[in-house]
Write a protein that binds this ligand. Structure first.
Ligand code: UD1
Ligand code: CA
Length: 458
């Protein structure tokens, strides 16, 4: 079997985006467009992906670094054929070469896999994906002969009125056999309306050399949708969002209001989890089974166990165990490990902390830079005082501690197993096991105070 290489064309300027950012780095569901294309190429078996960069290429290069991804520079954009010539070092005669565009993020790997299967089964040297469209303006038209065989592609600008009436267009996606691709690139000329080296001409050259060129008609027009403007970016994002949501529903996740649920493409969600309206699930978030998430919650790179209830809350770059409840209105900031059966209640902020199994932080608390054991009770208003104005320090709270209401634990400080901290205490020294620590002024009463005050005033 031949090796598969992919070339992604992404050197163009994308003027219509009206942006300082290179077009292919504009994001759909929080991921740059070109990353979708790279992922799709890899998914259908490309061992190496070469991205042709040009306009703001440094930025594109920095964004796409990864295993099996290389770049080829096209300093001047002299056409799609010229772009592939710039990437010639990325494939050899014996490879199959898939050509894709960096601005068509909706294409599916299944479609490309079937394209390659047809390419192989028909013994083609090149196979192009076409589509039948209502408005063919701007596209290259597929010209066929009387027996319906492929003849050539005529670009819109070079086409006659008669040719422009053809509704079968070139999507710009092809698979080539490396050898014939190299040979045809060497023979490309730029004697056309745009003075460009057209990759489309390679097909005609291959045919003229007595090799086979096939055409596969795409079934789903969306897949070849190219993004050239912000409007099209939003349109593509909508299609991607619907696709991602459908995927999760097919996998047994309930989305109460799919139109109002935003899930990034790499998010994983377990069976029988329910996502309520207004949720934004981002990055590498992974949610277990039987959870109830939302309404109006945001998760970024959050690992969530099974049976978790997470209402009206935000969770970032942290781990949450099984059967834990979060919210409403909780804020879990990065680098937290929260155990099983924990309660992180309303108006609670947790940051850079470990919270052991069965611990309760029911309301109005700040737990920052803290190592908290199991079955601790944090009273309402307990604050871990982690910052002394210059440095952050950690607080350690061992298993079974009871932290009373409105307590300050001034770090660095350790509360040993089973200790009780009296409400209103400000604790600055370590507390031993099983004691009651009281650190507040003793209450006193002044008898007759009110009467004296009234006498003084009159
Ligand atoms: C090209 C095809 C046309 C097809 C259409 C589908 C050619 C000559 N024409 O049109 O038949 O219907 O795509 O969208 O191939 N690019 C470079 N370097 C260049 C030129 C382009 O990297 O020098 C990249 C662009 O960034 C873009 C892609 O190639 O991602 C397509 O370029 P674009 O100018 O949009 O395509 P057309 O040439 O109009
Ligand atoms: Ca285009």
């Amino acid at each position: 079997m031949k090796n598969l290489k992919a070339i992604i064309l992404a050197a163009g300027e994308g003027k219509r985006m009206q942006s300082k950012k290179p077009k292919v780095l504009h994001e759909i569901c929080n991921k740059p467009m070109v990353e979708y294309v790279i992922d799709t190429a890899k998914k259908c078996g490309a061992e190496e992906v070469c991205v042709v960069i040009g306009h703001k290429g440094e930025e594109v290069e920095a964004a796409i670094q990864g295993d099996g991804v290389s770049v080829a520079w096209q300093r001047e954009q002299k056409g799609t054929g010229h772009a592939v010539i710039m990437a010639e070092a990325a494939f050899s005669d014996d490879d199959d070469v898939l050509i894709l565009y960096g601005d068509t993020p909706l294409m599916r790997s299944e479609t490309l896999t079937s394209l390659m299967a047809i390419h192989k089964a028909e013994g083609n040297s090149a196979t192009v994906v076409s589509a039948i469209v209502e408005n063919s303006d701007g596209y290259g038209r597929i010209i066929r002969n009387q027996s319906n065989g492929f003849v050539c592609i005529v670009e819109h600008k070079d086409a006659t009125e008669e040719e422009r009436a053809i509704s079968e267009i070139n999507t710009g996606i092809y698979v080539f056999s490396g050898k014939e691709l190299k040979q045809s690139l060497a023979n490309l000329k730029n004697n056309n309306a745009q003075g460009e080296y057209y990759l489309t001409d390679c097909l005609e050259i291959i045919l003229d050399n007595g090799n086979k060129v096939g055409v596969v008609v795409a079934e789903d027009e969306d897949e070849f949708f190219g993004v050239n403007s912000r409007m099209q970016l939003a349109e593509a994002a909508k299609i991607m969002k619907d696709r991602i949501n459908a995927y999760h529903m097919e996998n047994g996740v309930t989305l109460i209001d799919p139109d109002n649920t935003y899930i990034d493409s790499d998010v994983e969600i377990g069976m029988d989890t329910i996502i309520l309206p207004g949720c934004v699930l981002e990055g590498k978030t992974k949610i277990g089974e039987d959870c109830k998430i939302g309404p109006n919650s945001r998760m970024t790179d959050l690992q969530v166990g099974d049976g978790v209830i997470f209402q009206n809350s935000t969770g970032l770059e942290s781990t949450i165990g099984n059967n834990t409840t979060v919210g409403p209105y909780a804020y879990i900031r990065p680098n937290c490990t929260i155990g099983n059966n924990v309660k992180v209640g309303d108006f609670v902020e947790v940051k850079n902390s470990v919270v052991g199994d069965g611990t309760k932080i029911p309301h109005l608390a700040y737990v920052g830079d803290t190592d908290a054991g199991e079955k601790i009770n944090f009273g309402c208003g307990s604050i871990m005082v982690n910052y002394d104005g210059a440095k952050k320090h950690r607080t350690t709270i061992e298993d079974g501690v009871f932290v009373g209401c409105n307590v300050n634990l001034v770090a660095p400080v350790t509360i040993k197993k089973g200790a009780y901290i009296a409400a209103g205490s400000t604790i600055t020294k370590d507390v031993p096991e099983d004691v009651l620590a009281v650190a507040r002024a003793r209450q006193s009463v002044i008898a007759g105070w009110k009467t004296k005050r009234i006498e003084k005033k009159s």
